[in-house]
Design a binder for this molecule. Structure first.
Ligand code: NAP
Length: 334
């Protein structure tokens, strides 16, 4: 079974692999299916995954509702660390940053209802809001902590400078940045910071939006509003490079460990100093089958160097996950 990690300042001790539930919200993932989504969450918990990450904006409430439904039966809620977010608002399906204290208070109450729970284990600010002093947002979360509505505070997509400011106002336990074999920007700033400060990371996108599952081919297409239609990694010149890199990583994983690219991608994230929990997004139960074969891969320094070489030699025009950043309130389209 996957190892666990302790969230500082709390009794929470989740598994080092957590279930990500953005895709089951449907929005930006080409739609969803309720029964399949509920079964996916239940299957994750039944396989021993004890952290579930969601957010109000994932399907404008849909993901949280499905998670709440899934955890209601067979006391699954008691078996998981339930993490959600706040600080985004939306107009139709257009999200925008809104971390005003009144919005935070409203979102926490709405999330408690949709998740059918009395308390949220980890409440995270989804994106920093340039229009609201970070101290005001932090104050609203501190109040929720003192009121017993949440058990721990986290923030996502924050820089070390923003983390410093936030922590002057409220106790921070969790940081949620993007991180995977192809998206390693946080190695220069956030990872050294959390290691030094003893914070726990829930890193997101372990499979780089499915790319590192090893199941994609260069002629793959995506349906409807799927974010991969706008993701620069999945366009013309770059996509074949990324697919080729995954194929080479897959060959390396088979030869070296008798495993596949998906196992290697998850084990690689977990092996990086400063990573607490790797979030793995899934929308069907069978997508979690690889879980059983992740934790017996131990990567040596030589393995890590070989992986770096494969990626650097194959992806000659890398690009990060910045395209995902939502606009501020005063930048959104009318
Ligand atoms: P991910 O884990 O890199 O990729 C998830 C997608 O990969 C799935 O939806 C599925 O998509 C595909 N996949 C998963 N397992 C697979 C398998 N065994 N075989 C083939 N395909 C497979 O990306 P993510 O969902 O973007 O990130 C994980 C979680 O992190 C999210 O769900 C969310 O909780 C969190 N997150 C947070 C932020 C933030 O700003 N804080 C941003 C992004 C994500 P298909 O079936 O459609 O191919």
């Amino acid at each position: 079974m996957v190892a666990t990690t302790r969230i500082p300042g709390t009794d929470l001790q989740p598994t080092r692999i957590g279930l990500g539930t953005w895709a089951i919200g449907g929005w930006m993932w080409g739609g969803t299916d309720e029964g399949q989504s509920v079964r996916t969450v239940q299957s994750a918990v039944d396989r021993g995954i004890s952290l579930v990450d969601t957010a109000p904006v994932y399907g404008m409430g849909t993901s949280e509702r499905f998670v709440g439904e899934a955890l209601r039966e067979r006391r699954r809620r008691e078996q998981v660390v339930l993490a959600t977010k706040c600080g985004l608002n939306w107009s139709g399906t257009q999200p925008y940053r809104d971390a005003r204290p009144e919005r935070i208070r409203q979102e926490i109450d709405d999330s408690l209802q949709r998740l059918q729970t009395d308390v949220i284990d980890i409440e995270q600010v989804h994106w920093p809001d340039p229009n609201v002093p970070v101290e005001e947002t932090a104050g609203a979360l501190k109040d929720a902590l003192q009121a017993g509505k949440i058990r721990a505070i986290g923030v996502s997509n924050f820089s070390p400078e923003q983390l410093d400011r936030f922590r002057k106002e409220a106790p921070l336990s969790v940081v949620q940045p993007p991180y995977n074999l192809f998206e390693r920007g946080i190695e220069n700033d956030v990872l050294p910071y959390v290691r030094e400060q003893g914070l726990t990371t829930l890193t997101y996108g372990a499979l780089c939006r499915g790319l590192l599952s090893g199941k994609m081919t260069a002629d793959q297409t995506f349906e409807g509003d799927d974010l991969r239609n706008a993701d620069p990694k999945f366009q013309a010149a770059r996509f074949p490079q990324y697919v080729e890199a995954v194929n080479k990583l897959d060959a390396f994983a088979q030869e070296r460990f008798g495993k596949r690219a998906i196992h290697l991608a998850l084990a690689w994230v977990l092996a990086q100093p400063g990573v607490g929990v790797a979030l793995w997004g899934a929308r069907r139960p069978d997508q979690l089958d690889a879980l059983a074969d992740v934790d017996d891969i131990t990567l040596t320094q030589d393995d890590l160097s070989e992986i770096d070489r494969i990626v650097a030699d194959t992806v000659t025009d890398p690009v990060g996950p910045e395209f995902m950043a939502p606009p501020a309130r005063d930048e959104k389209a009318a």
